[in-house]
Design a binder for this molecule. Structure first.
Ligand code: HPA
Length: 284
C-alpha cells in the first residue's frame, strides 16, 4: 500500500476508536479566525494527535480538532487552525487533515482565511467569498504517485468553489445584514508579505485578494470529490493598494474584529449545509 494511504488508514482507524461519529462536513479556520461554534462536549483534541509527522505552532493558530454535534446526527469536523507550507510542511502534509476528512466521509469543505486586499474598494474587515483561485505557491499536493481511489490523475478545476455554496452563503449574509463580496484568491508561498511590484502583478492577473493558504487544500479536496467553499477576511490592504506596510499583528487584530460576523455567518451556513448533506446518500 502507498505509505500515505497507510497513514490515512491508521488515522481513520484511530478516529473510529474514539467512538466519535464520522463527519459529513469539515470546517477549517484560518489565522486568528477561530470562532466558537458551540461546546464540543469533550470531543476535542490537539490536531497534532491526528498527524503522522511533527508539528509546530505559530501565534494565532491554536491547532485544535473539534467534533461539533450541536445538531445530533449531523456532526461537523472543525479544524481550528491549519498547517501552512511556509512553516516547512510539504504539500502532502499541508493537506493531510483534508484527506482524512474525505476518508471519514466528509462531502463538503468550508474554509476561512486571512487575506490582503488587492482592490482599492476593499477595507480591512471586509468578507470576500472566493470564486476562484490562482495557485502561485509552486506546490501541488497531487504531485507524485497517489492511490487511484483518491481521485483522478488530472482533476478538473473548472469550478473549484461551489456556485451552490456561494449562493447559499450570499443568501444567509443578506438575510443577516452582513456585507459580503466575491473574488479571486491568489495563493502565494510566503511567509514574506508581497512587494509592491508583486502586488501590481497580482492585480493585473485578476486577483482580488492574496494569502498564504487554502489553495492546496482546495486542490486536494476537489481531487477527492468534496464540494468547497472559502471565505477570506480582508485583514489589510496590500502594499500599493493601501498606505503603509503589513504586519502579522495587524492581520490578527483585524481577524479578531471580524470574528463576530464570521461566527454568525458560519453557524447559519453550517446548519443549512449539514441539513442538506444529511438528506444525501453517503459517498460510495
Ligand atoms: N499577503 C499575504 N497573506 C496575507 C496577507 C497579505 O497581505 N494578509 C493576510 N494574509
Amino acid at each position: 500500500m502507498n505509505p500515505m494511504d497507510t497513514e490515512l488508514h491508521q488515522a481513520v482507524a484511530a478516529w473510529d476508536e474514539t467512538g466519535w461519529p464520522r463527519p459529513r462536513v469539515v470546517l477549517v479556520s484560518g489565522s486568528g479566525l477561530a470562532v466558537d461554534l458551540g461546546d464540543p462536549g469533550g470531543r476535542e483534541s490537539d490536531l497534532a494527535d491526528w498527524l503522522p509527522f511533527e508539528t509546530h505552532q505559530i501565534e494565532g493558530h491554536p491547532l485544535k480538532v473539534q467534533l461539533l454535534t450541536a445538531d445530533p446526527g449531523r456532526p461537523v469536523l472543525y479544524l481550528k487552525g491549519r498547517l501552512h507550507s511556509y512553516q516547512g510542511y510539504d504539500a502532502h502534509q499541508t493537506v493531510f487533515t483534508i484527506r482524512l476528512a474525505a476518508k471519514l466521509g466528509a462531502r463538503v469543505l468550508i474554509m476561512t482565511n486571512a487575506a490582503g486586499g488587492l482592490r482599492r474598494d476593499q477595507r480591512p474587515g471586509d468578507l470576500m467569498l472566493i470564486r476562484d483561485q490562482i495557485n502561485l505557491t509552486g506546490l501541488n499536493p497531487l504531485r507524485g504517485e497517489l492511490p487511484a481511489d483518491w481521485g483522478p490523475r488530472f482533476p478538473d478545476m473548472t469550478e473549484p468553489y461551489s456556485g451552490r455554496l456561494r449562493a447559499l452563503a450570499r443568501d444567509i449574509a443578506r438575510d443577516s445584514g452582513i456585507r459580503i463580496g466575491q473574488g479571486t484568491y491568489a495563493a502565494v508561498a510566503g511567509p514574506s508579505y508581497e512587494t509592491s511590484a508583486e502586488v501590481a502583478m497580482l492585480r493585473r492577473s485578476g486577483a482580488d485578494m492574496v494569502g498564504m493558504s487554502t489553495a492546496l487544500e482546495i486542490i486536494a479536496a476537489r481531487h477527492m470529490g468534496l464540494e468547497c467553499m472559502a471565505l477570506s477576511v480582508i485583514t489589510n490592504l496590500a502594499p500599493g493598494v493601501g498606505s503603509g506596510g503589513v504586519s502579522h499583528e495587524e492581520v490578527l487584530q483585524e481577524g479578531k474584529e471580524a470574528s463576530a460576523r464570521l461566527q454568525s455567518l458560519l453557524a447559519a451556513l453550517l446548519a443549512e449545509v449539514s441539513l442538506i448533506e444529511s438528506k444525501r446518500r453517503p459517498r460510495a
